[in-house]
Design a binder for this molecule. Structure first.
Ligand code: ADP
Ligand code: MG
Length: 622
């Protein structure tokens, strides 16, 4: 055969992979166990894929043997092999899959790993897939035969900057009849992974629920199965302990944390299916991936079909778990998954159930719910503008930091609303601290009116739709007119409101308008301010300032001009009509101050500094 004489090709790793491997070799991360979880999960995926492809092409498993996973320690050679009889990889698949990182989420994760001081911990929390094996191996040799192929290829690497790829020799080709054999040449300090009890311990902890049998092939004695491979979601709740669920969560989701919520039930009736879903308690690194892909796995009568079947709306993409249908056809194609009416029904029912479960949790176990909200609230809120049907429920589920505390629901807000208060007020910005010192809050604070402080980027978007809760519209404090006239000023705040001599209203506004010209769309006397001199708001019809800012960052702003509101009781504003020659400088200062308080830069910082200097010097001379 000519196969054996071919020289191996050397190929470089993609830059991100090289960086990841470098990190891994130099990390002091001690919990290296996860490498086995990652390899077993890949092996299980490969068996799943084989099952799925064999539905259309039964020849792929013509031998009738069900796919399985074997773990083979060899103390003399100091190697550990993880072998599967799954789908396998062709030459190009080996090159692409084991030489690059395709998913953008993982790419950005690697970038973060490089920066973070706790990078090593992040590896453990999220796993880095196949490459995790380089934590324990100095050399890895992967031999693979794609199901149905007569070609067998060997990929090998010692980490570093690249890998080699070559055709397998005859002996290896014979050994790998279908699927993939991954041989780890262990580092000296990773020898413990050759011990049967260590292997068993790790498999039980992380991979017990893998659907395919995992055999330990000891150096002496018979191979034995070391996972229980029970489709746990098919078993009655009464037989399962909290520990069982945690293990199932970890092995299904490849996670390390505790689930913050578990939902397990069986639907019977027009359709039968089993549901086992978990809400994690920590954020994954790809939560804000553009693709917004869900990860709930679809099974049909215990056969894995797909893990991207969009079984839940995108704003619930953090949920992990399994839905196993009794009625769907096994040979359902990917295209059919998208418009299958039965699946649409399942999606609707499960989404509804999940949301009421979250509601319950919020009431009965606020602490557990708090974990979910802290990690995923920003995602759930996407549903407020996406899921018209459940908008009310999602608003009710939301927790907000407000001027009177954290984790307030809109229900609580409405219960504590002030006499004559007609709206639910909010302010969108970058950080709670900055929002708290925003002058737009002054009039509300003086009246003890509670204001929602919204700081997630998504907040600028969902608030753009007109919303109400409990009959009260939501209203931005940086948009349109606000009228607090009917709400009394709180007693203890009243003395702060010393009557300053008010400026000549009409005259002052005219002067400021003249000075600022096209820079603003209007200048108005403010209802919002009590102690600050000025603030910028959007006009009633225009987009909220926060959204406008966000869109401008992405060059999508229509450049709608803001309205400058001025506080006629403020001495600086009063000075405008008095000191005519400084009116221009003062007017610009009012605008620029307001920009700075909103976290923006003045358009021309140099001119701003010049103005400030002129005014200060003028003041010193007086
Ligand atoms: P992920 O599993 O999240 O895609 P990994 O780094 O674990 O990322 O694996 C990268 C890819 O390599 C997999 O998506 C798969 O295509 C391929 N792969 C890894 N191990 C195997 C295997 N045992 N059999 C077939 N393909 C595999
Ligand atoms: Mg993987």
């Amino acid at each position: 055969m000519t196969m054996n004489t071919a020289t191996p090709e050397t190929q470089p790793f993609q830059a991100e992979v090289a960086e990841l491997l470098h990190l891994m070799v130099h990390s002091v991360y001690s919990e290296t166990d996860i490498f086995l979880r990652e390899l077993i999960s890949n092996a299980s995926d490969a068996c799943d894929k084989l099952h799925y492809e064999a539905i259309a092409t039964p020849d792929l498993i013509a031998d009738g043997a069900s796919p399985e996973i074997r773990i083979v320690p060899d103390k003399k050679a100091r190697t550990l092999a993880v072998v599967d009889s799954g789908i396998g990889m062709e030459k190009q698949e080996l090159i692409d899959n084991l030489g690059t990182i395709a998913r953008s989420g993982t790419k950005s994760f690697v970038a973060r790993l490089a920066e973070a001081r706790d990078g090593a911990n992040l590896i453990g929390q999220f796993g880095v897939g196949f490459y995790a094996a380089f934590m324990v191996a100095e050399r890895i040799v992967v031999t693979s035969r794609r199901a149905g192929s007569d070609q067998v290829w060997v990929w090998s690497s010692s980490g570093g900057s690249g890998f080699e790829i070559a055709p397998a020799d005859e002996e290896a080709a014979k050994r790998v009849a279908r699927g993939t054999e991954i041989v780890l040449h262990l580092k000296q300090d990773a020898e413990k992974y050759l011990e049967a009890y260590e292997i068993e311990r790790i498999v039980r902890a992380y991979s017990d629920n893998i659907q395919f049998p995992i055999f330990l092939v000891p150096e002496e004695g018979e191979p034995r199965q070391i996972n229980s491979a029970s489709a746990l979601w098919q078993r009655p709740k009464s037989e399962l302990s909290a520990e069982d669920y945690t293990q199932a969560y970890r092995s299904i989701a490849g996670a390390f944390d505790e689930p913050a919520m578990t939902l397990h039930y069986r639907a019977e009736g027009r359709q039968s299916y089993a549901v086992l879903l978990f809400a994690p308690s920590t954020k994954p690194f790809d939560l804000f991936d553009q693709a917004r892909k869900g990860k709930v796995k679809l099974y049909v009568r215990r056969v894995f079909i797909a893990d991207d079947a969009e079984l839940l709306p995108a704003y619930l993409r953090f949920i992990r778990g399994v839905i196993d249908s009794e009625d769907l056809p096994l040979n359902i194609s990917r295209e059919m998954l998208q418009n299958n009416p039965q699946l649409a029904q399942i999606r609707k029912a499960v989404t509804g159930r999940l949301i009421s479960e979250l509601e319950n949790l919020g009431e009965k176990e606020p602490e557990a719910f708090g974990k979910i909200w802290n990690a995923f609230g920003a995602v759930i809120k996407e549903g407020i503008w996406e899921d018209f049907e459940r908008r009310e429920k999602l608003l009710a589920l939301s927790r907000f930091t407000t001027t009177s505390g954290e984790k307030r629901t809109l229900k609580q807000y409405v219960e504590d609303i002030k006499p004559n208060q007609t709206d639910i007020y909010y302010l969108v910005g970058d950080s709670i601290d900055r929002l708290k010192s925003n002058p737009k809050l002054e009039a509300a604070n003086a009246r003890g009116v509670e204001v929602l402080l919204l700081t997630d980027p998504v907040d600028a978007f969902w608030t753009a739709t007109p919303l109400d809760f409990g009959g009260k519209p939501l209203k931005s404090l940086s948009q349109g007119d606000v009228d607090f006239g009917l709400i009394p000023v709180a007693e203890d705040k009243a003395e702060d409101k010393k009557e300053e001599p008010a400026a000549d209203e009409a005259m002052t506004i005219t002067l400021v308008k003249e000075a600022l010209g096209e820079r603003v769309s209007d200048v108005r006397a403010s209802q919002r301010l009590t102690s600050s001199a000025s603030c910028l708001v959007a006009s009633g019809e225009a987009r909220d300032r926060a959204l406008e800012r966000l869109l401008a960052q992405h060059d999508k702003g229509a450049g709608q001009k803001p309205v400058l509101e001025i506080n006629l009781k403020h001495p600086l504003v009063a000075a405008i009509a008095e000191t005519r020659d400084a009116a221009g400088d003062l007017s610009f200062l009012l605008l620029e101050q307001a920009q700075i308080l909103d976290g923006e830069l003045p358009e021309d910082p140099a001119a701003f500094a010049g103005r400030l200097n002129r005014l200060v010097l003028r003041g010193l001379k007086l």
